[in-house]
Design a protein around this ligand. Sequence first.
Ligand code: CUA
Length: 229
Amino acid sequence: MSTWANLGLQDSASPLMEQLIFFHDHALLILVMITVLVGYLMFMLFFNNYINRFLLHGQLIEMIWTILPAIILLFIAFPSLRLLYLLDEINEPSVTLKSIGHQWYWSYEYSDFNNVEFDSYMIPTNEIANDGFRLLDVDNRIVLPMNSQIRILVTAADVIHSWTIPALGVKVDGTPGRLNQTNFFINRPGLFYGQCSEICGANHSFMPIVIESVPVNYFIKSISNNLNS
Ligand code: CUA
């Protein structure tokens, strides 16, 4: 999760988020190089006394500064497209979770397991535990197995919401009347926090998401306890 003064991306907990961070760093490096070069050239213009009285055109330099930026853009466009298709690829998921956005809470359904369903509300500040996270913890967490492909189906019951977990590189809109799909693979155990990121009304900030990533046998235990109760 994000902590104080954490201005960059969160540490990745999935291979796709890892790729997203690599792409971010790659694009940022290109951006810095362009900014430094252009900044240097603009700065140096102030100290330039040369005047070319006969300069009307320069075919060569025009060619260079047209084609070079186009080539640089390709170095961003191709990795970007690769990631876009990688994010969309569904790879034989072993668990499917359906999450439904409401004003203002999420409800979940494990369609593979006798349709176990539950609501997940934020814990209000005055009821939070001493080790809890304000505005981020929920009463019912999503339990998911780590090291497994997980498919998420997202929809909403009233207005548009967005199911977003930064550490997993997941962000899908939940839209009434539509069923959106995404997938991820959690590669370590732990708690992963997310928030709705579509302005959905007065309490938009108060519908967090918490995933509890556990080993597969723990997940089976947890889900069978839910089936029996
Ligand atoms: Cu739901 Cu913002």
